[in-house]
Design a binder for this molecule. Structure first.
Ligand SMILES: NC(=O)c1ccc[n+]([C@@H]2O[C@H](COP(=O)([O-])OP(=O)(O)OC[C@H]3O[C@@H](n4cnc5c(N)ncnc54)[C@H](O)[C@@H]3O)[C@@H](O)[C@H]2O)c1
Length: 296
């Protein structure tokens, strides 16, 4: 509190790949208009040199576009690419983690002792660390390494679709602190990005992780041309197994979580159906017609 006014929240996004760039764009559209947040969104960039010789971070700040991971989409002038991790998080009290999962531990270790007191995190990362002691959720890794509260945001969220503002839903999972979860929901929600909040952090995070295992099975069904009925069966049984496995790891996981965007919806979007039986018949018919036209 300064002069009786609550201080504005400062957001830093740690990661600038495809989803990191889209998340920054989404957040920046809200921080620019919501008084509770500072306009500027700092986005940490794992620095790369582009084929032109230019640094990726410089290119982003000049063009307001990530030409490597999200070409053709303007991020907003209030998204500032920062190649130095410590500078990116300086003064930020809301940290969005959105890197591939294998880099999180190293990033967190670099951030120890560098965060503003009271900082909170949210993880958009799908995946988990499997250690000798057993599986470790990414949100727990962040909390344990940095000593900060960490929510998760998962869902049927193909970044390129959200980038062009196609309607999507997402689920925020939290433990105990509903107030913090609602603040994250406010930061992410737009007319085309509808966010629900549930008190089941492990359930939400495990949905985002385990659906990829089912998607591999669904891909095998596609590869073997086994058909849509088999694929639907794999997805249904897979969803049930996701729930059983999640409950085995964390008995607190709730059934309803699997009906949120992070559950069944993310599973469907990760195992897309490539045209229905009717579409295939139609395209087959028009192909025959074209061939007939050619032959006759
Ligand atoms: N792309 C999507 O549609 C989508 C949707 C939902 C969730 N996610 C999740 O978001 C996370 C990020 O995925 P993405 O698609 O944005 O990644 P991406 O594949 O587009 O980008 C990879 C990123 O990793 C960075 N990188 C490379 N080496 C690094 C290193 N040594 N240290 C740190 N960073 C390094 C790259 O610079 C780049 O920013 C993943 O956990 C993914 O599961 C992605």
């Amino acid at each position: 509190m300064k002069n009786g006014h609550a201080e504005k929240h400062r957001v830093a996004v740690i990661g600038s790949g495809n989803w990191g760039s889209v998340a920054s764009r989404l957040i920046a559209s809200n921080t620019a208009k919501l008084p509770a947040f500072h306009d500027e969104v700092r986005m940490w960039v794992f620095e790369e040199t582009l084929p032109t010789g230019e640094k990726l971070s410089e290119s982003i700040n000049q063009a307001h576009e990530n030409c490597k991971y999200l070409p053709g989409i303007k991020l907003g002038t209030n998204v500032i690419a920062v190649p130095d991790l410590e500078s990116a998080v300086k003064d930020a009290d809301m940290l969005v983690f959105v890197t591939p999962h294998q880099f999180v531990e190293g990033i967190c270790k670099k951030l120890v002792g560098k965060l503003r007191p009271g900082a909170e995190a949210i993880s958009l990362i799908k995946g988990m660390e499997v250690k000798m002691e057993g599986p470790c959720m990414i949100s727990k890794l962040i909390t344990d390494t940095l000593g900060i509260n960490c929510c998760v945001l998962m869902g049927a969220n193909i970044a390129n679709e959200i980038a062009v503002e196609k309607f999507s839903e997402a689920t925020i999972g939290y433990r105990e602190d509903k107030h913090a979860a609602n603040r994250w929901a406010k930061l992410f929600s737009t007319s085309y990005f509808l966010v629900a909040v549930v008190e089941d952090i492990e359930g939400v995070e495990l949905c985002g992780t385990l659906k990829n295992v089912v998607a591999i099975a669904a891909g095998l069904v596609d590869g073997l041309d086994m058909g849509n009925n088999t694929k639907a069966a794999i997805m249904r049984i897979g969803l049930r197994e996701m729930r059983a496995f999640s409950k085995l790891l964390f008995p607190s996981v709730r059934d309803n979580t699997f009906f949120e965007s992070c559950g069944v919806a993310d599973l469907i979007t990760t195992c897309p159906f490539h045209g229905s039986w009717w579409q295939k018949q139609e395209s087959g018919r028009s192909l025959c017609k074209k061939r007939r036209q050619k032959v006759f």
